[in-house]
Design a protein around this ligand. Sequence first.
Ligand code: MRU
Length: 348
Amino acid sequence: MSTATVYSIETIQWTPEGVVMIDQTRLPRHTEYITCRTYVEVADAIRTMVVRGAPAIGVAAAMGVAIGALRSENLAADMPVICETLAKTRPTAVNLFWAIERMRTLYQRSVLLPPARIQEALVAEAQRIRLEDIAINEAIGRHGAPLVPDGKTVLTHCNAGALATAGFGTALGVIRAAVQAGKKIDVFADETRPFLQGARLTAWELQQDGIETTLITDSMAGHFLKSGRIGCVVVGADRIAANGDVANKIGTYGVAVLAKENGVPFYVAAPISTLDLTLATGDLIPIEERAASEVTHVQGVAVAPEGIRVANPAFDVTPNRYVTGIITEHGVASAPYEESLARLARRA
Ligand code: MRU
């Protein structure tokens, strides 16, 4: 088994009792952990965003398959149902489907073994996916840190940190690695309406690390990008098409356009498992539509008139022409992305 650093924020873990997750709907006011004892509970935790962020929901789905298999008395009958239930939780982040596929493939390869051995193998695979994710994020950090200008501010959107992964983070991993390399940087975190991942999660996790952070509303990004103080933008991704179009949290597209307008480099940090080379362009990426109440209410308090029509796409797609580079664990891809992404993916 590969070794991985243990970080202070434990997003998701496998324990003898079940899958333990920090409840991200309760942060930053409450640091609470929930234990999912069945695959249905894991699926609910993904759907309700107790666990969120593309790599973290991939790990959660893998652990969901493992716990489903462990509780099953008829693997042949139950495995398809377990995989389908988990696959139906959220549509955009491809890491979810990647992880389920990896678990399904292992199951199919070991189907002739005694059930106890298959269950053991699936549990081990889920734990391996978690540890690999941490190591991958550290590698993303190593590739990304040199791109971060010293003495400047890094702007980020949503939460692509330890909380969105098994540990260290992708975009925040690049920031952490730059700080560890001795760069004097600070961070501007967009609050990220409507779910407030920036305000509730990024601000909290960077504060835990003692990284100097300023919280801004989404509408302030253009003002600061124009000011000359932002050295680069670094965000995560939920799915990246073969041509380098990037689906990420709603609002990312606007930040990317504003970055280009002001000559600020815009980087995307993501593992190879976030690439979906089966999709030629980002137009083919399914965009999740979430509940209207996320827009009409803030932390349970109504901020809009009752009955108002609401749109709530959870993600948008940034066209590749706005992306300066895509930082992966195998290196940094740049335009033309069809070639550079395919080359990096082949190294997986
Ligand atoms: O809806 P969420 O909170 O799951 O969306 C998360 C994001 O958009 C992240 O930026 C993305 O998953 C990358 S996380 C390393």
